[in-house]
Design a protein around this ligand. Structure first.
Ligand SMILES: N[C@@H](CCC(=O)N[C@@H](CS)C(=O)NCC(=O)O)C(=O)O
Length: 233
């Protein structure tokens, strides 16, 4: 059975993992989750007890959750080293360091914005404070990332890797929340522009938008969420 990536929309971080599957080029399927509605159903806990996306369904009902774990699963299958580096090398260490930073501090900085947006009852004073905190945290993490990036076209060199995949799904949240001035971060802004023109990312974004893009040799189609949940039972 091909692995099935369970991705969330709209604006899910998992969009970057769809691009990673495209870059890897190995057969895969997708299952689409409307956030948060589909994840609130009790049976979704079979896939992820924390009711989050992404998740990866493997043969025999085995499920891998957490972006970092899915990225490592992809790395282990990347024999041709298309999206990763040989284990034990300084490049592999740098990939893990960058991916961890992007999946923790960089992603987590947006939490106050999401809390402000998803509050059950409006509370303008609290929401304004959350947005202020979010802006500070997001800009702090952007400053750090800007300093960590070199003058290479992608996060770690001249080709996209798993670090770019983890970055691209999340980086657009800064624009959605109007959290940054793009001119303050020229390397990040150039990286976002380059990645948004990348064929794998264009494909992933079209899938997320509910389109049926052509041109992928690896993507073998969608599986209804109900069928994936049955596999996990
Ligand atoms: N630590 C998890 C976090 C995943 C996460 O926060 N996913 C978001 C979507 S990007 C989610 O499912 N949020 C719940 C919701 O939207 O209700 C990971 O890295 O996979």
């Amino acid at each position: 059975m091909e692995p099935i990536l369970i991705y969330g929309h709209p604006l899910g971080s998992s969009m970057g993992l769809i691009a990673a599957f495209e870059w890897l080029g190995e057969p895969y399927r997708l299952a689409r989750v409307r956030m948060p509605d589909d994840m609130l159903a009790d049976n979704y806990r079979r896939l992820n007890g924390r009711q989050e996306t992404p998740a990866l369904m493997l043969g025999g009902g085995r499920v891998v959750t957490e972006t970092m774990a899915i990225a490592l699963w992809l790395e282990a299958r990347d024999a041709a080293r298309r999206i990763s580096f040989a284990p034990g090398t300084p490049e592999a260490d740098r990939l893990h360091q960058m991916t961890a930073f992007l999946n923790t501090g960089f992603t987590g900085a947006f939490s106050p914005y999401w809390v402000a947006m998803e509050l059950a009852e409006p509370d303008p004073v609290y929401q304004a404070a959350l947005r202020r905190l979010g802006r500070e945290l997001v800009n702090d993490r952007h400053r750090r990332l800007e300093a960590m990036l070199g003058d290479t076209p992608y996060v770690l060199g001249d080709r996209p890797t798993l670090a770019d995949a983890v970055f691209v799904g999340v980086a657009r949240w800064a624009d959605f929340h109007d959290a940054i001035d793009p001119g303050d971060y020229p390397r990040i802004t150039a990286l976002k522009a380059r990645l948004s023109a990348d064929p794998g990312v264009v494909f992933a974004a079209a899938i997320e938008d509910g389109e049926a893009p052509a041109g992928s040799r690896a993507f073998k189609g969608h599986v209804p969420l109900g069928e994936v949940l049955a596999l996990a039972a």
